[in-house]
Write a protein that binds this ligand. Sequence first.
Ligand code: GAR
Length: 197
Amino acid sequence: MKNIVILISGTGSNMAAIVRAAQRQDWARRLDARVAAVIANRPDAKGLQTAREAGIATAVVDHKGYADREAFDAALQAEIDRHDPDGRPALVVLAGFMRILTPGFVAHYAGRLINIHPSLLPAFPGLHTHQRAIDEGCRVAGATVHQVTAELDHGHILAQAVVPVLPGDTADALAARVLTQEHLIYPRAVAELLQKI
Ligand code: GAR
């Protein structure tokens, strides 16, 4: 059985979409995979409750409790690896996880660490992607699922979804349009990758 660990910082709607997909019988049977745990770096992350309600184990590794990134990432890595009998899950999925990870952490999960970013990478890495797309006059926006490398919001692209930017769009309106597509492409990308691992 392949174990997936999902990392969140907030609402966790992408996490919930992946959990829903993984709990469908055909998915579990075809891929022999399950979401083993959802881990948040904030105790108040709303997605923790959603995960618990779906019967998924949860944990919090609060970044505020660590002196530096290295110490936090070491604790996070130990918590993640605890959820796999072989000591490292098949896939670690960042779903609205708003922490920059150290190169050592990224190397430990090389090839099995993925992220979703709310822009059409390589355009608009970083924050405030929707407002920046509107300000630039982009006619389209979207989301990207990609392998995580030590460089923020870089790495091989696994999936993308495109939505129109409409006249008069606010960042919130555009974000909501993009998010509905995220919920479609992320579970699909996770499944595709699991078939290759
Ligand atoms: C999503 O739009 C995701 O793409 C974005 O945060 C949101 C999380 O929503 N991620 C990033 O900005 C990462 N840099 P969710 O918690 O409801 O899945």
